[in-house]
Design a protein around this ligand. Structure first.
Ligand code: R7I
Ligand code: MG
Ligand code: MG
Ligand code: MG
Length: 312
């Protein structure tokens, strides 16, 4: 459905931006109640523009790359990440070392192992993946392949890569169907390549929390995770997306879960934004973020590419 793709593309990419930029002040914060999460959001909105971090910066670089390389070329993507690198954006420690390795001319596959011998299992390949969900949402097999390739420059650990594939599949499902529900969590669990992601998603699919106990945020952070590791953040973001009525609620829930707040929010609001469309992402949140016109423009270009056909 072309109209759905046109709506989903800005939803997914603006969702990434909003979650990242408004979650960033609370990266490393403990889980809290919905009421206090609302306070977190109000404080973020009180001083604008909110700068985006590595999550959006790398998503933009990946989106631009996809326009010229729809199936992803890992060497060219590594070069694009290297050229776009801005060290003050809050990158993970491993990313700084990989960037130095690129600058020293190390081949892509070697550079990906300079920080961690088996490759990073951080959520860095997942946080930036929304453009692939938009570009390939109509073709889940191709999408998984392209998503795995996009992880190669920085996240060759199976868990880091699988986190990226799962998050891409989640955005892709939301793009293709215009929805995202707990049933999707169970199906994503079955499709996961690693036990770590399968377990986390199965736990997310079956998580129940009686309203009488109050906000679930502490329990979610404990059971599903809110850390920087792919298997302790991607299932959490998927759970937030599946249990929120709209992108604004997903933002609030992610602010409540805390921990790697910018990244969990970026991933959750991207999925919810893809499902509900760009117009469902509150304008007040979008306008508060650095770079929103640029993100909107690249989303429209990606939608054009996705609708331009599979010949590309
Ligand atoms: O995955 P990555 O790009 O980090 C993304 C996070 C997001 O929260 C962003 O918002 C930004 O703040 O950073 O960067 P990496 O450095 O590859 O991975 C993140 C962290 O995960 C590392 O700094 C390590 O603490 C941890 N980590 C590992 N620890 C032990 N063994 C990643 N891989 C390993 C590992 O193999
Ligand atoms: Mg960040
Ligand atoms: Mg592999
Ligand atoms: Mg983060």
């Amino acid at each position: 459905d072309p109209e759905r793709t046109r709506q989903a593309a800005p939803g997914a990419l603006l969702g990434t931006l909003v979650g990242d930029a408004l979650g960033a002040p609370y990266e490393g914060s403990p889980p809290t109640t919905t009421e206090k999460a609302r306070g977190r959001l109000e404080r973020a909105l009180a001083r604008t523009p909110r700068p985006y971090t590595d999550d959006t910066q790398m998503a933009l670089a990946l989106a631009q790359h996809l326009l010229g390389h729809p199936h992803v070329d890992p060497d060219a993507l590594a070069a694009a990440f290297r050229d776009a690198f801005e060290p003050w954006r809050g990158y993970g420690g491993g990313m700084h070392r990989i960037h130095d390795a690129w600058e020293c001319g190390l081949p892509t596959a070697q550079a990906a192992r300079v920080a961690f011998a088996e490759g990073s299992l951080g959520n860095g390949a997942a946080m930036r993946i929304a453009p692939i969900g938009v570009r390939w949402g109509h073709d889940p097999e191709r999408l998984a392949d392209v998503a795995a390739r996009s992880a190669q420059p920085t996240h060759v650990h199976p868990v880091g890569e699988d986190g990226a594939v799962v998050q891409a599949r989640a955005v892709g499902r939301a793009v293709a169907r215009g929805g995202f529900t707990p049933q999707d969590l169970a199906e994503l669990a079955e499709e996961a390549a690693t036990d770590e992601l399968a377990r986390g998603l199965a736990e997310a699919a079956s998580f129940e929390w009686p309203a009488s106990l109050g906000d679930p945020h502490v329990a979610i952070a404990d059971r599903l995770g809110h850390e920087v590791l792919a298997d302790r953040s991607v299932p959490t973001a998927c759970w937030v997306a599946a249990t929120s009525a709209d992108p604004g609620e997903a933002m609030l829930r992610a602010l409540g879960v805390g921990g790697d707040t910018d990244t969990i929010a970026a991933m959750a609001v991207a999925i919810r934004g893809a499902a509900d469309g760009g117009e469902a992402v509150p304008g007040e949140l979008v306008d508060a973020c650095e770079g929103s016109p640029q993100v909107r423009a690249v989303a429209d270009e990606l939608a054009d590419a996705a609708l331009g056909g599979d010949a590309a």
